[in-house]
Design a protein. Structure first.
Length: 362
């Protein structure tokens, strides 16, 4: 039986372990400990991702997955349980993203193990650094993974909320090199990188551009002191879109803005670097992992909601490796904020869903 009490305890223990991206080792050991004695072969790949495979397995294994890292501010988290809701005591995130997902999976394993269930045809993947542009999944040792259908617990809201599409994500960096000079003595000898940056920023779009496209400059860094003409500026931006056409258009306009600004400020050096960090997908109704999840949602008496996401998840990477992946909610609200909360009944549903998936499909 899924135990609300045990599940709440597991969740509180998990969020009490600091695991900002890059520092997941302690959480990984906690999960390994939870898995021991349950009949899984444990494999930690070179990057530190944890892969657990049931002793009896085949290429038809079902994959359950969640990530082990959290965003900042995420150190020294103290969870507060108030009736059905868990929040963080201090000014930190709660870490429900993705520890509510980990909890749902681990509780289903605990519950089934208690009933002497023998796990078969099941693969568990726990990744590192999902929050750093899916670095863990990118470095995942796919040669060790059995199974072509994955359910990933990493969405907002209850487990009945299914993410059925995700955009392509492009990150870009702009480096602007002007010329330093004393601001009061000889400003005419300088070339302000800040002024050039403002010219670049003004020409670029910003915010939600259409239903399927967003554009943002999220970081600006540079200058040294108040009384010097600034010589260097770095900008970090991103855009996301589900349209190939818009993707090409935005890549074009970004390059054009750089060329145009370079022509305005001939003595400056402006460098642009951009990279596709993950690629879009959209699930069809024929997707077998989607069908499997819809069946279990129905078994639990829940009503499914399908919606697109502006974010990426490990699913974007798994799909590129020919693993049909569906991302579902794990009971979290306000992800990546200090107001993040977790609904205990939703995590209970998550665990029940996991249990149903395991019982009916493995
Ligand atoms: Zn997440």
């Amino acid at each position: 039986m899924i135990s609300r009490e045990r599940l709440t305890k597991t969740f509180c223990e998990l969020v009490s372990i600091d695991s900002p991206s890059g520092e997941e080792e302690e959480v990984r050991l906690y999960i390994q400990n939870k898995l021991s004695g349950k009949g899984f072969e444990i494999y930690v790949d070179d990057y530190g991702n944890l892969i657990a495979t049931s002793k009896k397995s085949s290429s038809n294994n079902i994959i359950l997955s969640a990530h082990m890292d959290t965003v900042e501010p995420g150190r020294g988290i103290i969870p507060i349980v108030d009736k059905d809701t868990i929040s963080s005591k201090n000014d930190t995130i709660l870490g429900g993203d993705c520890k509510a997902g980990l909890t749902g999976i681990l509780e289903a394993l605990d519950s089934l193990h208690e009933q002497n269930h023998v796990f078969e045809n099941l693969t568990l993947i726990f990744t590192r650094e999902e929050e750093v542009a899916l670095q863990g999944a990118r470095h995942l040792d796919f040669s060790q993974i059995l199974g072509k259908k994955a359910i990933i617990f990493d969405g907002e809201g209850p487990p009945s909320v299914i993410t059925n599409s995700s955009p392509t994500y492009v990150s870009f960096d702009i480096e602007i090199i002007g010329r330093a000079a004393h601001a009061g003595v000889e400003p005419e000898k300088g070339l302000s990188a800040i002024k050039i940056a403002s010219s670049v920023i003004n020409k670029l779009p910003q915010g939600r551009l259409d239903e399927e496209t967003t554009f943002n400059i999220g970081k600006i860094e540079g200058g040294s002191v108040r009384n010097a003409v600034p010589a260097n500026i770095y900008l970090e931006g991103e855009f996301r879109t589900s349209s190939i056409e818009t993707l090409n258009d935005l890549n074009h306009s970004l390059s054009n803005v750089i060329i145009e600004t370079q022509n305005e400020f001939k003595e400056a050096e402006i460098n642009l670097k951009s990279e596709i960090l993950f690629e879009k997908y959209s699930l069809s109704n024929e997707d077998s992992s989607l069908k499997l999840v819809l069946k279990s949602i129905d078994n639990l008496g829940l009503k499914p909601t399908l919606k697109g996401s502006g974010g990426g998840t490990d699913g974007n990477i798994f799909i590129k490796h020919d693993i049909e992946s569906v991302v579902i909610g794990m009971g979290v609200r306000g992800m990546h904020t200090i107001n993040e909360t977790v609904s205990i009944p939703d995590v209970v549903d998550c665990a029940n869903l996991c249990q149903d998936i395991i019982l009916k499909n493995t």
